[in-house]
Each structure stands twice: as structure tokens, then as C-alpha cells.
Design a protein around this ligand. Sequence first.
Ligand code: ADP
Length: 409
Amino acid sequence: MKIMVINCGSSSLKFQIFDLDDKKSNVLAKGMVEEIGKEKSKLHYKNDKMKKDEEYIKDITAKDHTEALENVATLLLDSKVGIFKDKIQVDAVGHRVVHGGEKFSKSALITKGVKEVIQECFDIAPLHNPPNYQGIIAAEKIFPNVPQVAVFDTAFHQTMQKEAYIYGLPYELYERYHIRKYGFHGTSHEYVSQRAAEILKKDYKKLKLITCHLGNGCSITAVKNGQSVDTSMGFTPLEGLVMGTRTGDMDPYVVLYIMEKEHLGIKEMNDLLNKKSGLKGISGISNDMREIMEAAANGNTRAQYAIDIFTYRITKYIGAYAAAMGGVDAIIFTGGIGENAVSIRQQVLEPLAFLGVKIDKKSNESKEKEKIITKIGSKVKVLVIPTNEELMIARKTKWVVEESNHIYR
Ligand code: ADP
């Protein structure tokens, strides 16, 4: 089955085309359109016949996501670099949709009703759901007879129980506005937790796992018996760990206090919490962990604070989630920082020796992308697993389409 995966941001459209069956998952082509809505946009593209570092780049005009996808479709039929002849033969399109609210605990075949729910969530995911929705509209126009599937970042966390997702606010506010913890990065947490079970050759339904997705956005999830039981991001992706530019957890009164002292409005406060805080705010250098690590190595104290605060909070959450699940079998690191930053993993894990984590220094430092980094006999295993949200979206799209074919047959 050939599946196109689409992930739209406010000014970007990323895509991958997979050839999937039960045994294989080949990427036939992938790329992205950047700077949608500007005078000139850029289309980056690569097919499976191109060399590793070869890439096709073209200046295009794309005033919106539909025009961006039209350009992609034209390129897919190109006689030189395209992968299809005459007609684009994809069997389904899978869309990454960030927020599915409380209505979706699974991926869904896109219907009028599904689109309405995605729109209802604009209010609580104003940066993400509108462009995700634009991607759906674009794909429906360009591939009118192809089934479209929405894969929600929040869906995996819908198994959380009330004690994990209800805040200590008046309960009426939950009833009135659905204010609760939703959690994000669900597709990534699900992918790496399933992959960990495969690598460990254990039954996914019988494992207690803690998955740490550490990229620009960072979140951590407790996965018990194949289900998310708690996660660090909340009503929005601001809660939880310290991130590239976001605060993570803090006393909510701080918000009121800063607004009063600094005479800030809602928009300015929002910018401060989401764009000027976290690693960037603490270090005063950058939101990029590589730059912070370099500055810390050169003796910059605020860069070192940023690293210490970042790692301390991850360690603390791991302890909390081990308690929430009554133990932990394995901890998984993923995302740009989780996959690459050897010393960050070391600093997070060292204090966890009491849980039975025995780090293997050599494996932690090895160039291997997917690996176990604890010593043989370590009670708690630690794994590094590169995330692959696109593959997970493609697989889920395939399942939804096969299930719906089965129902309608
Ligand atoms: P996004 O959440 O935008 O997908 P990524 O998962 O690519 O982001 O993660 C980006 C983060 O990963 C940045 O902070 C970057 O500095 C960090 N990172 C990437 N490679 C390394 C590395 N070798 N060492 C330390 N940090 C790294």
C-alpha cells in the first residue's frame, strides 16, 4: 500500500511517501515546502533513487498549502525525479493533527464530522490545528478520491485516568471548557515504546516504560502495559519539562506576578512563556542544546545552569513516573537531544542508580543509532531509539483504511 504522510505547520508542508506492507516500509520520496505564503517558497525533494546527500531544490510560488501540495504533486509526476507516471497512485493520505481533544482516542478516517472536531480544537491549539486542517483541505482538493486519515498527537494519551489529567481547578471549568491535561508527542511516545518492546523481545502489554522525547519541545510519558498513564505536557505543550524556549512546570502565580510587575498583556506573556524561556531564557545564549553544551564546556555558568536544570527535571519526572507505575522496566530516549546528547543522558541517569540503572559508558558513547546503553544485568534497561513519527502515521493510516474497507465491504 502506498501512503502519503503530510505534516503541515503554519508556513510549511512536510511529506513522505511510503510503500508499506506487513514486512517492509520503504520511503519512496520525501520533502518539504518552506515559507508558504511568502513571495517565493522553496520545495525540497528527494526520492529513493537519489544519492544519500543529493537533494532537489526548487523555488516555487505557493500562496497557501493547496498550492504547495499542487507543486509537490507536479514534481511527483516529473519525468526525471518523479516516482509516478501519468497518475499519482497513493492509496491513502495520513495527516498529522496535533489536537483531537477528548473525542479521539484513535486515528480516524476523515469525514465532515472529524473535520468539525479538528476545527473545534482551534481554540486550544491555535498554532497547530489550523495549518493541520489546511493540509487536509489541500489534500482533499488534490487527491479527491483518496481516503484521508487524521492521526492525532493527543490520541495516545487518552488512556490517562482522571487522577492524571484533571487539574486542581474548580471542576466546572473542566466541564465548561474541557480544561485538562491532554499531552502531546503521542505518536512518538507510542512508536518508541513499541519499538523498545520489540528490541527487548518482551510483551508490550506487560512492560512499564518511561519514554523521554527530548527535542525542541520535550515531553516524558509513563507507558504501562501499552497505554499512556501519565505524560508531562498538559492542556498545551507548555507544561512539564524545561524545553528549548518553553518554561515547563512552575507556580502559576508567577504568571500573574510578572504580568503585573512588567506590565505585560496576554500576548506578550504568552511570548515570554513559550518563546523566550526554557534553555534559551536560562542560558541567555540559545535554545539549541549543542550551543549550550559548547558554552558550558567553555565555562559559561548560565549555560551550565540551563543543562543542570534541564536534566534535573527529567530525572525527577522519571522518579515520579516509576512511582506512578509501581516500577519501571525500561527508560527510552528519543528526539534530537535524547538521541544525540551523550552527556545529557549520563547526567539524567546517574542519580537513578538507586532504581537499578547501571549505565554502560561505552554503549552510551557509541555511534550506533538504536541501542541499549545499560550494562547486562541492569535491572532497569535504558534504550536510545530514533523516533519515526512519519512511519507511525503511515502505519496507522494503513490500519484505519483497511479497517474501514473491512467494515464497508
Ligand atoms: P524538533 O523538536 O524541532 O523536531 P529535534 O528533535 O531535531 O527538534 O531536536 C532539536 C534539539 O536537538 C536541539 O536542541 C539540538 O541542539 C539538539 N541536538 C541535535 N543534535 C545534537 C547533538 N549532537 N548533541 C546535543 N544536542 C543535539
